[in-house]
Design a protein around this ligand. Structure first.
Ligand SMILES: Cc1ncc(COP(=O)(O)O)c(C=O)c1O
Length: 315
């Protein structure tokens, strides 16, 4: 299997623990993988991807990285935080969509002093063109990290995560994670197949992109990159997007409140609340046996929770 340079940015392995109250409530054994506690800013799944992506940038001699996302992007905020740690310059070229004021992740971007440029577009192609334009203006070479850090190299971070899970010493029948740009799902499904072939992975889609195409494509590229001989699994994807990407959903908010009330753990409105709502939905549909062990991958995102206007939101 091919290996790739990795920068040590997070604190790994992250903890795994059982959630006793939620287990009682949902009638199965619910566990959580705490990638929200991985040690950079508010933690989250992007750090595992950035360990590969920023190591690649450094190895190729880049000293300026740019990435993108919507205004409250956890990925963008974490890219800036990780780049800073490595002494790399970082410019965030964000879509002018979502909550652009100094709230949530924009507070953290402000505190880091990272340059944020907004582009009024719905097209990432436009954003990547703007990155090239900025780089040309600065006369510098830029390492462009795609939205969500979701390319084959980034998704290897979640292959590693599944290796960690397999070494924990507890068998899991099911794993549930969020799917927002596809890299986490691709890496999780591949890693589970490699290290825990009997474990089923379900991914809660929080955006309406065609993940049935995107995730297998990413898996195929990641398999080629790793140089392993493996059939590409068909992903189990459940639509938990609700009213739209980054728009809070009723099911997501119920999941956030349930996790907070019963276990004192923060989820967020854009990703992990909706992802956990997928797990609740399956539990209520009787798809998990009482003796099953179901692992929820907490992929972070708390910054976005505090950007929301909770005065005008009901549970
Ligand atoms: C907190 C959080 N969870 C999950 C995801 C989804 O991961 P991916 O983009 O790899 O599908 C993201 C992506 O931005 C995220 O910020």
């Amino acid at each position: 299997m091919n290996t790739f340079a990795k920068e040590s940015l997070g604190i790994f392995p992250t903890p795994i623990h059982r959630l006793p109250n939620l287990s009682r409530e949902l009638g199965t054994n619910v566990w959580i993988k705490r990638d929200d506690l991985c040690g950079v800013a508010l933690g989250g799944n992007k750090v595992r991807k950035l360990e590969y992506l920023l190591a690649d940038a450094k190895a190729k001699g880049y000293d300026l990285v740019m990435t993108t996302g919507q205004a409250q992007s956890n990925h963008a905020m974490l890219t800036a935080a990780c780049a800073r740690r490595m002494g790399l310059d970082c410019i965030l070229v964000l879509k002018e969509r979502g909550i652009t004021e100094r709230k949530g992740n924009q507070i953290l971007n402000y505190l880091m002093g990272v340059e944020v440029r907004f582009v009024d577009t719905d097209s990432y192609d436009e954003v990547y063109k703007e990155m090239d334009r900025i780089a040309e203006e600065l006369g510098r070479k830029v390492y462009k990290i795609p939205c969500g850090g979701s390319n084959a190299l980034g998704s290897l971070g979640y292959v590693d995560c599944m290796k960690e899970v397999s070494e924990f010493g507890q068998k899991f029948e099911h794993i549930v994670c969020a799917c927002g740009s596809g890299g986490t799902a691709a890496g999780t499904i591949l890693g589970a197949k490699m290290y825990m072939p009997e474990t089923h992975v379900m991914c809660s889609m929080v955006d309406s992109d065609p993940f049935d195409v995107i995730v297998p494509e990413l898996m195929k590229e990641a398999v080629e990159l790793m140089g392993v001989d493996m059939e590409i699994p068909v992903p189990d994807l459940v639509d938990m997007c609700g009213p739209g990407y980054s728009i809070p959903s009723e099911a997501g908010n119920e999941a956030i409140a349930m996790m907070m009330k019963l276990e004192g753990i923060l989820l967020d409105t854009c990703y992990t609340g909706k992802a956990f709502a997928g797990l609740i939905q399956r539990a209520r549909a009787g798809e998990y046996k009482p003796e099953d062990n179901v692992l929820f991958v907490h992929s972070g995102g708390a910054g976005g929770l505090f950007a929301q206007d909770w005065e005008n939101m009901s549970l």
